[in-house]
Write a protein that binds this ligand. Structure first.
Ligand code: 5GP
Length: 142
C-alpha cells in the first residue's frame, strides 16, 4: 500500500530544490515542467506542482489549476515542435497503478497509447533532452 506521507527526499523534491539537474521547459511560481529522463516517447514532459503532494488526492485546487494551465502551454508547444496532434496525458496514483515517484506529476507524451514505450525504462541522451527542452521552451515563449 502506498503511503501518503510525503518524502522530502523524493527525486522531484530534489529537482524542485535545484539539488539535481533537470532539462526544464517551463517554470512559474506554482509549477515546473521538465523532460522525463527515461521517456516513453520522444518529447515526454513531466509537469509538477511546487506543492508537497504525493498524488492527486493531496493536490489542492490552486495547484491543480496551475498544473493544468502549465500542461496546456506544454502540450501546445509539443504540438508545434513535433507537428502532431496526439499527446497522451497520463498520471498514476499509487504504486499499484505504477507510480514510481511519489510527488504528484502529470505526464505529457507525444505518442498514441499503443506507441508508448516501457515506463521509466531507458535513459535518453542528455544532449537530445537539452535540445528538445530548448525547442519546447522557445515554442512556449512564442
Ligand atoms: P511515475 O512512474 O511515478 O508515474 O513516473 C515517474 C517518471 O519519472 C518516469 O517516467 C521516470 O522516467 C521519471 N524519472 C525518474 N527519475 C527521474 C529523474 O531523475 N529525472 C527526470 N527528469 N525524470 C525522472
Amino acid at each position: 500500500m502506498t503511503t501518503l506521507t510525503y518524502d522530502d527526499n523524493n527525486i522531484f523534491a530534489k529537482i524542485l530544490a535545484g539539488a539535481i539537474p533537470s532539462h526544464n521547459v517551463y517554470e512559474d511560481d506554482k509549477t515546473l515542467a521538465f523532460m522525463d529522463v527515461m521517456p516513453q516517447a520522444k518529447g515526454h514532459v513531466l509537469v509538477v506542482p511546487k506543492q508537497k503532494a504525493v498524488d492527486l488526492s493531496q493536490l489542492t485546487p490552486d495547484y491543480a489549476q496551475a498544473v493544468l494551465m502549465t500542461a496546456q502551454k506544454v502540450m501546445q508547444a509539443q504540438r508545434q515542435v513535433f507537428e502532431r496532434e496526439g499527446i497522451v496525458q497520463m498520471q498514476l496514483n499509487g504504486a499499484q497503478a505504477g507510480q514510481t515517484v511519489f510527488h504528484y506529476h502529470m505526464h505529457l507524451i507525444p505518442a498514441s497509447l499503443h506507441e508508448l514505450g516501457k515506463h521509466g525504462a531507458q535513459l535518453a541522451d542528455r544532449d537530445e533532452l537539452a535540445n528538445l527542452a530548448n525547442a519546447l521552451k522557445a515554442a512556449i515563449a512564442d
